[in-house]
Design a protein around this ligand. Structure first.
Ligand code: MG
Length: 465
């Protein structure tokens, strides 16, 4: 049997997740145990190698049955992994309640594995207190969830050896300081100054700038000059200006003001949907459908997505399934970009990875942008996790400005200068001049009369002294 190299590489990549369960059959009964020691796979000949402790029952059964499957588990299968590792002694039958299916050799396969490899025993080598089982690969499968979930230091090296890039070479930062960043600032920033900032941001290398939002000025007074500011924007082919809109009315205002790209979203929290726009998630989604149609009529690009996708200040945890179903619905509207927002800054790197690896295969060619807040100091860790999971575009704000008018506990976005600096040091291009952003942040600090949460703009100030 021949196998393609890509499938092998992908299956091999999954081993880095660190948890594999070796399964076989004893008569009619499925048997399985975690193979904690080294597991490896060769392409030509197609062989897999696992080592099992001689004291184990599974060891003897495999030697007798002559077949086994290697199942690579994901983090969400932690409970299953614990069963097979013998950490759930109260569960007598480790396969209880699991929807297994049977591979060609007769090996039982665990549901939702990242990868499984079905084998006939080809050879057995004595390794002292353990035996190295060499399996001839009969069948192999890798799930769509092809990114291992558990962090493991071997992942970095292994991925490089497999020539799978662990991080992209370029990242696109979308500046949202003039929208998300300042929307909660009480001191009104004059339109002229906002315009200077737009020009300053372009000069610093930003290629996409969210300039304002068309929302009710009574609720967000800082955005009262949305139409005026939009009419004054410089003409540029290389820079995209976008604006946030919450409803059809806002969309019409944005279109009238000449905005070519809109950003919109629905929170994955009923409580926030109610507080934010006095609506429900369902009604919000229905309005989005109408808005996308309207935007098309106006030839506007549409970025739409899920707000509070990683946790809500009111509802706490957000079910990943909810984020998936909302994302699917947005994608069915033929939007230009999908955004996932950690609006309250409650995400963590593991959750980010979990959500991103579910959404990216669904999105296909539609770019996915992550909007992160640094409420609890986890912003850049979340960014790195997303980066390693395949995201290459992020919203950032200069100075780390930001906060949501509807979520009092939400703090600033991840800072443009800090993000760009970290990426540059990692050898990732952003095209952004960190010092120029730093200067804009310092000027805003003076204007607002308060310190901004970013770090790099302060460091560059210190180094100038
Ligand atoms: Mg935000």
């Amino acid at each position: 049997m021949t196998f393609d190299l890509t499938t092998f590489k992908r299956a091999m990549g999954q081993f880095a997740s660190g948890v594999t369960v070796v399964t076989t059959k004893h008569g009619d009964a499925p048997i399985g145990i975690t193979a904690s020691s080294f597991t490896s796979l060769s392409v030509n000949p197609a062989l897999v190698l696992v080592s099992l402790d001689k004291k184990l029952f599974t060891h003897n059964v495999i030697a007798e049955s002559g077949f086994f499957a290697v199942n690579v588990l994901s983090a969400r299968q932690l409970e299953i992994g614990m069963r097979f590792a013998g950490m759930k002694p109260e569960i007598k039958n480790r396969f209880e309640g699991l929807q297994t299916h049977t591979a060609v050799t007769g090996s039982p396969l665990l549901p939702d594995s990242l990868a499984w490899i079905d084998c006939k025993v080809w050879n057995m080598y004595d390794g002292g207190d353990h035996t190295i089982f060499v399996g001839e690969v009969k069948d192999i499968s890798v799930s769509e969830l092809d990114t291992p979930l558990l962090y493991h230091n071997r992942l970095w090296r292994r991925s490089e050896a497999l020539q799978v890039p662990t991080v992209p070479s370029e990242v696109n930062l979308v500046e949202v300081g003039l929208r998300d960043g300042i929307q909660r600032e009480e001191k009104f920033i004059p339109t002229e100054m906002k315009l200077e900032y737009v020009k300053g941001l372009i000069d610093a290398g930003l290629k996409e700038i969210q300039v304002t939002s068309f929302v009710n000025p009574k609720i967000v007074p800082q955005m009262a000059d949305a139409a005026l500011l939009s009419s004054l924007l410089p003409v540029s082919d290389s820079v995209t200006f976008s604006a946030l809109v919450l409803n059809l009315k806002g969309l019409e205002r944005a279109a009238e003001a000449g905005i070519k790209k809109i950003d919109m979203g629905v929170p994955a929290s009923e409580t926030l949907a109610k507080k934010n726009a006095n609506t429900t998630i369902e009604d919000g989604m229905i309005e989005m459908e109408m808005m996308v149609k309207k935007a098309r009529e106006h030839n506007m690009k549409v970025r739409a997505g899920v707000q509070v996708a990683f946790g809500c200040a009111y509802e706490g945890k957000i079910e990943v399934s909810k984020v998936i179903s909302m994302s699917k619905r947005f994608l069915s509207m033929s939007i230009d970009e999908l955004s996932l927002a950690d609006s309250a800054g409650l995400g963590n790197p593991q959750l980010i990875r979990r959500v991103v690896q579910e959404i990216l295969p669904l999105a296909g060619n539609v770019p996915v942008v992550l909007h992160l807040h640094d409420t609890r100091g986890q912003g850049l860790a979340n960014l790195l996790s997303a980066l390693k999971s395949g995201i290459t575009a992020f919203d950032t704000s200069f100075g780390g400005l930001g906060g949501c008018p509807f979520i009092q506990t939400a703090k600033g976005n991840i800072a443009t200068e800090d993000t760009a600096n970290m990426l540059h040091e990692m050898g990732i291009e952003t095209g952004i001049d960190v010092n120029k952003i730093g200067a804009l942040s310092r000027r805003m600090e003076e204007f607002l009369g308060k310190e901004l949460p970013a770090k790099m703009h302060k460091l560059s100030l210190e180094s100038r002294k």
